[in-house]
Design a protein around this ligand. Structure first.
Ligand code: NAD
Length: 251
């Protein structure tokens, strides 16, 4: 069976790793992002016959509609939508600007809404259709100085659960909730040795995730093996969220 996936934010990090993983698993892969050069570089590593690049901004409903249209023109249908594009802007209440708050809501939440809205008519025609959203551990609990990001990822986690109710049984909707992952988004954190030490103290596995370790869980959620998994927000966090937040008494 030919399966086609759209992956947003596929020019780097988790999205790029997810594109590679789906291509390895035999999917047609449609890469979306804002920067053509980054998308072309990812596409160059994938089988030419099975990959398309559609540049665009997920926060723009017209771009989302064109993304789905070009995917269907290229491959004749759509089986899965991976809503991965996202940004993070830090700042405590009172310090986070309106622009930064709104940008996170428009891209992270609005982008997911736009792509789902555009993709639904096509997903409804497909066998084994699904949506996988990229939430975060930051969507399940709060971070210091990240409340705008927390709000946007909390919205994605709960949209996931609510859409899973509305769209079953035809379309499954799930999400991954990674913690610290080695991507451009976390360069500043990973350059700070003292902060990384505190991260590794909080993550039982003692390290951040590789993008491929998140991509493989997204691929699982999209697979036939996960055909009865619906409405979950699956932590991919090395055990971080298993803790109640208290420090390690035995360390
Ligand atoms: P990243 O910055 O490498 O990837 C995000 C991608 O989204 C970039 O390629 C960016 O260009 C693209 N993008 C941003 N705005 C867009 C828009 N409006 N339209 C289209 N594309 C857009 O970082 P990443 O860590 O790979 O992030 C991927 C997802 O994972 C994000 O949703 C992020 O919030 C989430 N996440 C990341 C971490 C982490 O620690 N890296 C942890 C939890 C969740």
């Amino acid at each position: 069976m030919t399966r086609t996936v759209i992956i947003t934010g596929a020019g780097s990090g988790i999205g790029a790793a997810t594109a590679k993983r789906f291509a390895d698993d035999g999917w047609n892969v449609v890469l979306n992002g804002r920067t053509r050069e980054k998308l072309d570089a990812v596409a160059a590593e994938l089988p030419e016959m099975h990959v398309r690049v559609v540049q665009g901004d997920v926060a723009n409903p017209d771009d989302a509609a064109r993304l789905v249209e070009e995917a269907v023109d290229s491959f004749g249908g759509l089986t899965c939508l991976v809503n991965n594009a996202g940004i993070a802007r830090g700042g405590e209440p009172g310090a986070l600007s309106h622009d930064d708050f709104n940008a996170q809501m428009h891209i992270n939440v609005g982008g997911t809404f736009n792509c789902v809205t555009a993709a639904l008519p096509e997903l409804k025609k497909a066998d084994g259709a699904c949506i996988v959203n990229t939430s975060s551990v930051s969507g399940e609990r709060g971070d210091w100085a990240m409340f705008g990001y927390n709000a946007s990822k909390g919205a994605i986690s709960n949209m996931t659960r609510a859409m899973a109710l509305d769209l079953a049984p035809e379309i499954r909707v799930n999400a991954v909730a990674p913690s610290l992952t080695e991507t451009e988004l976390t360069t500043d954190i990973r350059d700070d040795d003292a902060l990384m030490k505190r991260f590794s103290d909080r993550i039982p596995m003692g390290r951040g995730a590789k993008p491929e370790e998140v991509a493989s869980v997204i691929a699982f959620l999209a697979s036939h093996d996960a055909r009865f998994v619906n409405g979950v927000v699956l932590p991919v966090d090395g055990g971080l969220s298993a803790s109640n937040g208290q420090p390690n008494f035995s360390a």
